[in-house]
Design a protein. Sequence first.
Length: 339
Amino acid sequence: MAPTALNTPTTTELHPEVLISFPDNRLLIDLCGEFDRNLAQIEAALGVQILRRGNELAVIGETDAAARAEETLRAIYARLEQGRSAEPGDVDAAIRMGGSEDGTGSHSGDQLEMFKGGHVEIRTRKKTVEPRTITQKKYAQQLFQNELVFGLGPAGTGKTYLAVAVGVSMMIEGAVDRMILSRPAVEAGERLGFLPGDMKDKVDPYMQPLYDALNDFLPSKQVAKLIEDKRIEIAPLAFMRGRTLSNAFVVLDEAQNATTMQMKMFLTRMGEGSRMAITGDMTQVDLPRGVTSGLIEAERVLRDVKGIGFTRFSAEDVVRHPMVAKIIKAYEAQTKSNG
């Protein structure tokens, strides 16, 4: 049973007060969080004050902020009614999503069915991944819906993480037979030759972020077995030449460091039954001066092609430490002032 709002505001010195009633006191305790940390998180994010009175919460603040706080509180309470968590990350997601969760979403055999409800869950062997911003939700939907998707934006916005999660989910459900994860090894010239070991030892440091994402979603022994059986491949972009990638979920990470020719080569590897996710940050190109980024060129050439999805992330979508978003915004402001 959903909580009922008592919309009979009492006037305070500055703002009206909105009372929200929650019938299950045990869930209300979880909603508030340890030492009311969840309430404090919502207060800080939305600029409101939240007071607890028995089984009611009083929200005091500007009308729009109070309405967002009420939606957020309802969304978190709905999570708890379903037996889901209310950790700081979940609270952050509810705030960013504007309380859009209504508890009606599901992950059925039809992979797009989940987007008909409020919340979205991407299920893997080790964990369930939920988009934490509106942009992330749109991106996840595109990854399930389109055969080719570009995720563009700064670090920390979940571009690669969500792509790998969707790939693992689709492989588990049998929608694809295998996963191929790739990155350009920008220094693939002379420097790799000086690294010790065989080719795998030389390129693995470049691929480590992809291994990290996989190990978040699958048990390490299963990852090793799938790699051994060639159902998961992790390889530098240069290794894709001459191949046709069929019935696979393919991720190209750090694509801003692919040249125009490399990008064209990679995109034309797509085979029957395959899906591709291309991720990158066009402000972080590490190619030699004068060499055009294949990602920038691809965005210009393909942005109007029907069936190709483009999701553009911003600093507002950063889900790492809050300081990361501040750093990105500071650099963006500096770039604009110089421009």
